[in-house]
Write a protein that binds this ligand. Sequence first.
Ligand SMILES: [Zn+2]
Length: 399
Amino acid sequence: MSEWLTCITCNRRYDISEIRYTCECGGLLSVERDQLPRDTSLFERRRASRKTIDSSGVWRFREAVLSVPEEQIVTHPEGSTRLYEREGLLFKHEGENPTGSFKDRGMTVAVTQAVRLGARVVACASTGNTSSSLAAYAAQAGLRAVVFVPARKVSAGKLAQTLAYGATCLQIRGDFDTAMRLVLEASKHLGIYLVNSINPFRIEGQKTIIWELLQDLEWNAPDWIVVPAGNLGNTSAFGKALREARQAGWISTTPRLASIQASGANPFYRSFRDSFTGRHRITAETIATAIRIGDPVSYDRAVAAIRYTGGVVEQVTDDEIMSAKREIDAMGIGCEPASAATLAGVHKLRASGVMRKEDRVVSVLTGHLLKDTDAIMKSHAGRSIEIEPAIEAVEKALA
Ligand SMILES: [Zn+2]
């Protein structure tokens, strides 16, 4: 089966084994292939299999992800995350991936491709989840990992995780967007393989979030899929996944995407409000650090995804995000702040009538509760009480 890279702006084609992240014209690249499996029963059989690559929620769909010999695949395995039903909503919890975020889905594919291309050093700019994931997969593949993070802007848990897996961590004096520009430059000048979501192979892995949740629903597509929006890799991947699922005949209707941004990091929302007539770049600020991005790299792909699915982009405040996070935590599920933007967005879209009460809605939670403990400790400090070791003190504390 043949695969190639296509520029989404000018349609120019490149060989799949060429190391490049953008077209000569500056456009983003997309992995394309000449056919997809038609019959979803193949995926059902693999789901029941005990073989490692079949139990991966990414490589279960391998004919539509990356054509590569099985022994070259670098898989933890990942994916196969749970779908929770609570209060009439569905939550696909990508925080249940091996390193605690959805990033593992794209990283297994990007690192597999890195090995295939003979890369020795892999790098990314990150708000913390990508760096943790890259560090883990690079460790597994025996590659050196270098991560570029905004100095003092990454949660302690994510930074610790990245260091634990053995990556070199460059704390860039600047924001995420500055780190992103620097890592792009480093990949050009220092021969480092870049695995940010600008890398089209990351998108191929992230598509499987959608396919797996459709499989969870026995290929009965929901009305809406809601996703937090920062660098727009997921919005892009989800649009591609839905287009391919529809083309292959796996689903007969296309869900609408709702991409939710934090109001302090809302360049995509601003463009949506302008009917995508122009691109915005802002200085981002939000408590949801995973989506604190002012100049998203996957902008063009994400615009195509919103258009293809008849989707919407909404914005929510930090207070709305933290209130929704307390709701999700109180359901016994839990997530990091950025993930909670989805539920905050659902509340807002229902209130405005865009989303109807009877619509079937799946929210994608992107990161684990323990990814950002600082935000939790700040909002629940009153219930952590130090006392003397005496029954009277216990009684008094519980009164
Ligand atoms: Zn081009």
